[in-house]
Structures are given as C-alpha cells and as structure tokens.
Design a protein around this ligand. Structure first.
Ligand SMILES: Nc1ncnc2c1ncn2[C@@H]1O[C@H](COP(=O)(O)OP(=O)(O)O)[C@@H](O)[C@H]1O
Ligand SMILES: [Mg+2]
Length: 515
C-alpha cells in the first residue's frame, strides 16, 4: 500500500512541493529513503524512528520504502522529517480519516523525542505550497510567523508530531496563526542623524544616495565621523515595498538568521562585514550554496568600513554583484541564483596615516605609499561608485553646538517622497538581467535616454564638464543618474542645470585621491 504526505524543499530562495510516498509491505523489517537524499536526510531514518517510538506512536515493523519526489532534485536538510513520519503513520493506520491530510503540507525537523524543530527557508517553502494548491501548512512553531505572511494558506505552528495526530483525529484541534503586522520589524533601532553636527554637504550627499540607491564612498581623515555617518544611513532609507520585503525576508529565512518573532522584514537591512572576511562569505558559496553578505544586504545597504583594509580579491569579487544585482553560484548541488541589489557604502582614510590632502595636518606617508594605499581599490570598482564625498573635521563652533541636528525622520520623509516618484516611473522597467528597477541608480542607458532628457542649457553644461573633467561614457551616465535623483528630491520633473552642477560636484575627487 502506498500512502502520501506532502512537504516542500528549497532551491536557492525558491521552494518546491515534494511528494513523500511511503510504501509499506509485510516483509522483513527494513527502512529506506530514496529520491536523491543527502546525508542529513539519510539520518532522517534514525530521527523519524526514534521520534515515533518516543511519541508512543506505532512504527510499523514492516518493509518501509520512502520516496521523495521529484527524484531529480537534490534534497537537502532536515525539513522533510515531519512529512516522512506522517506518511509512515498514514500507512500504519494512525489517522482515522487520512483523506483529511491530502491538502496539507508538512515542514519540520524531528528531534529524537518527537519535537518539531525549526528549519530554514520556511517562507520560501510556504510560497511553494500555496502555489502547488495546498490549503493547509504545518510548520515548526518557531517558524510560524514567517509562514503566516503567505495569503490564502492556513498556517499551523506545531511543537510535536503528536500535535498533528491529535489535530486530525479530532482530539485537540490546533488553531490557525493569523499574520499580524505588528510582527514586522519596523521599530527603528538605528542611530539617528540628529547626533551628527555640521557636515551639511556630507549629509546632503548621503540623502541623495539614499533616495536614488546610489553607491557612495566617504573619504577623509580619521575621527571626522565617516563611520558615524555611515551607520546612520539605514535610518533614512526609503520604506520597502511589499515585494522587496518578501524577497529580503526569503533570503534571511534561507540563511536561518530571521528572528523567530519576525514575520516580515520591513526595515532595509544594513550589513557591515569586517575587513577580514573572505570572498565566499561576501558573495556567497559553500558546499550547499548559502547567500553571502551581498545577498543578506539585498534591498538595503552593504557597508564596508576601512575599504583599503579588505583583501583585494574580496573587493574585486563585488564587481559582478554590483553590476548584475544578482549572483549565481555553481556547485555540485546545481546553479543557484540569489538576488543582491544593494547600495554600497564605503568609508576610507586617504592614506595610511590618514592625513593626505588635509588642509592643516601634515601627512607623514611617502608618495609611493599613498599610491599603494589607494590603488588597493581598483578603477573598475570605483567606477561603480556614483558618489564620492570628502569628510573633513568640523569646526569648534559646530561641535560645541547645543542644539540637535535635523532628525533622521525628517530626512526620511524627503527620501520617501523621491523614491515614490521613482517607483511610479519604473513601474514596468527591468534591467537587461531581468532585475526589476526600483531606483535611479539601477537605470541603464536605455532608461537614461527615456527618463533623463536634457534641455539645451543642460546639454551644453554637460558638454563642458565632459571635456574639462575628461569624463568617460560611464562617468557621463553616472552624472545623469545623480542629476535625476537630485531633480526627484526637488520635486522637479525636468532635470535643471543646477541639478547637473550638483551631480558633477558629487564625483570630483578622482583627481585629488585616485590619480
Ligand atoms: N559631525 C560630528 N558630530 C558629532 N560628533 C562627531 C562628528 N564627527 C565625529 N564625531 C565624534 O567623533 C567620533 C569618531 O568618529 P568616527 O565616525 O569613528 O570617525 P571616522 O570613521 O571618520 O574615523 C564619533 O563617534 C563622534 O563621537
Ligand atoms: Mg571609521
């Protein structure tokens, strides 16, 4: 006799329905699992048997063969345990009305005592279960919040396998978990810009970067507040759209870093990896490919403090993700693509001692050492940074100022307004790679031609800058994108000459520091 229970597997951030078929026959006692299972699933045999015995459920002394279909997909992890045991219990006649289980999907790892333990990627699997037409989903209690986000699916949190048996046999019904928006992590926990005195030009640059999603490099001597300012950027980032939230939550869910009480990430992530990190942990990798920091920062900020301290191979590995907005990792398990649309924020001293270019403080570095220091950041990487801004120390008058500076909430209002304009503009636009465009920084040349038309006056200003600054085509496009954001912040449909002028000023440090 064949009995069936449904579960879901994970491939990257996409889930898929898995049919767990259990064949049981009155023959010599044995237990096999087939269907491309990895080692964790082979160990499922031991967990499932122990869980059944310790839950006082009958485990058939028969020949049992469990098949995980589709067989051509390599199944990973321990999330099939629960469905495997359910399929065996069905064949053992434990459920009085097994047909009641047909529209249900079961996800969870089992402990030896029969408890159901949390697994990674439940949101992705819940989406897949819904798509495959399942109406009920049983997940570990600890994962119930993330699963509840999926509309049109009844979600139940379970603590033990007996919860499910009792539920279906009418002994003790479980209650559905409804999605509660209060479980979104939108409580602002990031430090506020009201602490940053002076630095008007830097704050303006940061506001432009946040509004348009532009990559930004802060450069200047030590102690001038570069790290302080960068850490405040998440507090002014625009609100996330629902799609952005879902995508980012999926990645965090797959990585197992989604807090238990959070159902949906509503705050843009801010990832700040240390400079000792390796390239695979930055861009993703491992035997079972895991998302890297670039993907965990998806729809948010990746902050690299002390940029030249990072290993060059590590910073170079950023180029492709910066360009494509997604990254594909190839391993034996297959090719997995993770989204990685992020805003790069980097900070650095201009040289080893930190004072090169300082108006009053002498730099003690040798000329070739200065060159060596900045050359750690390659041209192609710099090319992908729209804004470079110098951060110099503020005067005594500003530091001793008693009044607080403008709070992040005010800056964020302006950023939100500008981003709303962008979202409306790019409603139907995608990049060549098929990434949906949400902000000006993602515009490619065809979008620039469409949305950044220039008046004659603006054109001639551009032409002057192009020749005087020796701009490349890439530099030209960068200025257009920035000017578009500056115009959006000012609520202007047309790009005006003052927008172009400000945009040019946001990228004028190449000569001073990098040549
Ligand atoms: N504009 C500012 N307003 C208030 N405090 C500041 C400002 N700039 C720097 N500071 C103070 O100096 C400290 C050092 O700044 P930090 O961000 O670490 O500098 P950097 O990263 O440029 O070396 C900050 O923690 C803060 O206390
Ligand atoms: Mg610093």
């Amino acid at each position: 006799m064949i009995s069936i229970a449904y579960s879901a597997g994970l491939f990257g951030i996409d889930g898929y329905l898995v049919t767990v078929e259990c064949h049981s026959a009155r023959r010599l006692s044995c237990f096999e699992i087939v269907g491309l299972p990895d080692n964790a699933i082979k160990e499922a045999k031991e967990r499932v048997r122990a869980a059944a015995i310790n839950s006082h459920l009958p485990f058939p002394q028969n020949e049992i063969i469990v098949n995980l279909a589709p067989a051509d997909k390599r199944k990973e992890g321990s999330s099939f345990d629960l469905a495997i045991l359910i399929s065996i219990l069905i064949s053992g006649g434990v459920f009085e009305k097994p047909e009641l289980l047909e529209n249900s999907c079961f996800i969870g790892e089992l402990s030896l005592s029969g408890e159901v333990r949390r697994v990674n990627g439940v949101l992705c699997m819940a989406v897949a279960a819904k798509k495959a037409g399942k109406t009920k989903l049983f997940v570990p209690q600890e994962n119930v919040n993330e699963a509840s986000v999926v509309k049109g699916l009844e979600v139940y949190g379970v603590k033990s396998v007996n919860d499910i048996v009792n539920h279906f046999n009418g002994l003790k019904e479980l209650s559905k978990t409804e999605y509660t928006p209060s479980n979104e992590n939108d409580a602002f926990s990031y430090p506020d810009f009201c602490d940053v005195m002076g630095q008007v030009a830097v704050k303006r640059a940061v506001e432009i970067a946040a509004a348009g999603g532009h990559n930004i490099l802060l450069i200047g001597p030590p102690g001038t507040g570069k790290s302080m300012i960068a850490k405040r950027i998440p507090s002014i980032l625009p609100e996330m759209t629902f799609e952005e939230s879902i995508e980012t939550t999926k990645i965090h869910s797959v990585s197992g870093i989604l807090p238990q009480d959070v159902s949906l990430i509503r705050e843009r992530p801010f990832r700040s990896p240390h400079h000792t990190m390796s390239a695979p942990s930055l861009v993703g990798g491992g035997k079972i490919p895991q998302p890297g920091e670039v993907s965990l920062a998806n729809n948010g900020v990746l902050f690299l403090d002390e940029l030249p301290e990072f290993n060059r191979t590590v910073t170079e590995s950023l180029r492709q993700p910066l360009e494509d907005g997604k990254i594909t990792i190839t391993r034996t398990a297959g090719r997995i693509t993770y989204p990685c649309s992020f805003m790069l924020v980097a900070a650095m001293n201009p040289c080893k001692c930190g004072y090169y270019g300082h108006p009053t403080h002498a730099c003690t570095c040798k000329k070739e050492d200065i060159k060596k220091y900045v050359s750690k950041i390659s041209g192609p990487l710099l090319d992908r940074v729209d804004i470079q801004i110098e951060v110099m120390s503020i005067g005594y008058g500003e530091i001793s100022e008693k009044r607080k500076a403008e709070p992040s909430s005010e800056i964020r209002k302006r950023v939100n307004k500008a981003r709303a304009i962008m979202q409306a503009r790019f409603e139907n636009d995608t990049t060549e790679n098929g990434v949906k465009i949400t902000c000006n920084a993602q515009m490619e040349s065809k979008h620039l031609r469409k949305y950044c038309t220039l008046s004659n006056e603006c054109s001639s200003l551009m032409e002057t800058a192009f020749t005087a600054l020796g701009l490349s085509a890439r530099g030209h496009d960068r200025i257009l994108r920035l000017a578009r954001t500056i115009a959006d912040l000012g609520g202007s449909e047309e790009i005006q000459p003052n927008h172009i002028a400000e945009a040019i000023g946001l990228r004028s440090l190449d000569k001073k520091y990098f040549n």
